[in-house]
Design a binder for this molecule. Structure first.
Ligand code: FAD
Length: 434
């Protein structure tokens, strides 16, 4: 039986482990002894939930937005048995709020694809007639072109401007989508990557453009069922095991952990971020990595436990607020502020009045309605997918000599730093190993 170590228990590591465990089940398949080595005392990496005594339900480190085009994520959930914990929209529907009390729906009716999306754009009240036609012209150009319309050395903002997307279209649609998808400003994010994601969302099928929302907390959907799945298939997880070094000896790999212990494996999948991988002693003799680390972009989330929750929809997109998304969990609501570089240095007490003020302005939530609040700052939520980073990612090989493989949202998946990219990367690494 092959001994495989997976370093890092985020969703990319779990996806690699689940792919290998599934293969081990086949009668004719190879057998693996899978061990996940995780430096923290919990799994999930940047996807985790925790309890707070002032909140009635577990809260997530940050609300994660998923879509119908997250095919690998959906297939992973099917594999680990958590599909019933996902809420699937029937058709695209996003309530956008530009001004307090004025909700504009971007909503696709139950028409055949792609007529439903065309209808959604035509009936979107956030745009005047000229902007609607410019938007539809741009989308049609994308639909009927087999080649990318964006240039590799172009930012998302430059691309949108080149295709005559008016300031109104950008502020009513594109800006919030760029920031939500790339976690960086349109002036910085790679146009090529943004276009790729847009094509996945809008030009695959109508399901791809719908939102997929976890019914419970993220750990309950993506992490705990995977641990159970692995547990019943002979996989094991070890916590508080930071791996510090790797070396090769007689076609086996020796890992050294933070306690100074060494252990032998036949294959190793590193499913950790680039900044952590670069610190592993000996890694450069197995893999060529970018000379410098990537830049990272923060996300700030606020959670509010409420006495009375006035929100009617499951989520809202705010077009002119430091809060971009608000998600409704019944007893509590969660806000998302992506690309939050301007706010990340500020404390909870400094930011609280601003966020409470926005909730009052847009939803009428007063001080008296709030039972508890909790801010979560993730400084390195995602890498910044700018033009230079995207060109470096394209050169990363996910396997090397000596049975060392790479996974993680930053690897060469062709996707931004997302759950989908991470899950895909773990599957690719496991398939290469197989
Ligand atoms: C607040 C927030 C909001 C987000 N919103 C969205 C969203 O809406 N939609 C979306 O799709 N994505 C979103 N993302 C991005 C998504 O969470 C990440 O892309 C994904 O979780 C990355 O998974 P990963 O396995 O590649 O890396 P990680 O989750 O970082 O996992 C790496 C793991 O490796 C461990 N580790 C590191 N070094 C070592 C070592 N030396 N030895 C052992 N273990 C080690 C770490 O502790 C960690 O558990 C968001 C992220 C954040 C933080």
């Amino acid at each position: 039986m092959k001994r495989v170590a997976i370093i890092g228990g985020g969703v990319s590591g779990l996806s690699a482990a689940v792919t290998l465990a599934k293969q081990s089940q086949h009668k004719s398949g190879q057998r693996f002894h899978i061990t996940i080595l995780e430096s923290l005392s919990k799994l999930g990496g940047r996807v985790y939930s925790f309890t707070d005594k002032n909140f009635s339900k577990p809260i997530d480190n940050g609300q994660h937005i998923m879509m119908g085009c997250y095919r690998e994520t959906i297939s992973y959930c099917r594999q680990i048995g958590s599909m019933d914990k996902l809420l699937f929209q029937e058709n695209l529907s996003i309530p956008f709020i530009a001004y307090a009390d004025e909700i504009t729906l971007l909503q696709a009716p139950a028409l055949p694809y792609p007529l439903n999306l065309l209808w959604a754009m035509l009936s979107y009240r956030g745009l005047d007639i000229i902007s609607k036609w410019k938007l539809i012209g741009f989308l049609m150009a994308m639909k009927f072109s087999n080649r990318p319309l964006s240039w590799v050395n172009e930012s998302a903002a430059e691309w949108l401007e080149r295709f005559d997307q008016t300031p109104q279209i950008c502020s009513a649609l594109w800006n919030i989508l760029v920031v939500g998808i790339l976690n960086t400003k349109p002036e910085i994010g790679s146009a090529r990557l943004f276009e790729k994601v847009l094509r996945e969302i809008f030009f695959t099928d109508s399901f791809s453009s719908t939102m997929v929302v976890p019914k419970t907390d993220l750990s309950d959907v993506l992490i705990n069922p995977a641990i159970e799945y692995l547990g019943t298939r002979g996989g094991s997880v070890r916590f508080n095991e930071r791996i510090l070094a790797i070396e090769e000896n007689n076609a086996t790999l020796i890992l050294t952990n933070c306690k100074g212990h060494t252990e032998i494996f036949d294959a190793v999948i590193f499913a950790i971020p680039l900044f952590a991988l670069r610190k592993i002693e000996g890694i450069f003799s197995f893999i060529t990595l970018p000379e410098n680390d990537f830049d990272y972009s923060p996300i700030i989330s606020f959670h509010f436990e409420l006495k009375h929750n006035p929100l009617k929809e499951k989520y809202y997109a705010l077009l002119a607020s430091p809060i971009e998304w608000v998600f409704n969990h019944g007893s509590h609501i969660s806000t998302v502020t992506s690309a939050a570089t301007a706010w990340i240095g500020k404390s909870q007490n400094e930011l609280l009045p601003l966020f409470k003020g926005e909730l009052k302005k847009y939803f009428g939530i007063s001080e008296d309605d709030i039972i508890a609040y909790r801010m979560v700052k993730e400084k390195r939520a995602t890498f910044v997918p700018d033009i230079e980073t995207e060109s470096k990612r394209k050169k990363i090989m996910q396997c090397s000599l000596g049975n060392v493989y790479l996974a993680g949202d930053w690897t060469n998946t062709g996707l931004p730093a997302t759950i989908e990219g991470a899950i895909l990367s773990g599957k690719i690494a496991a398939e290469r190993l197989l």
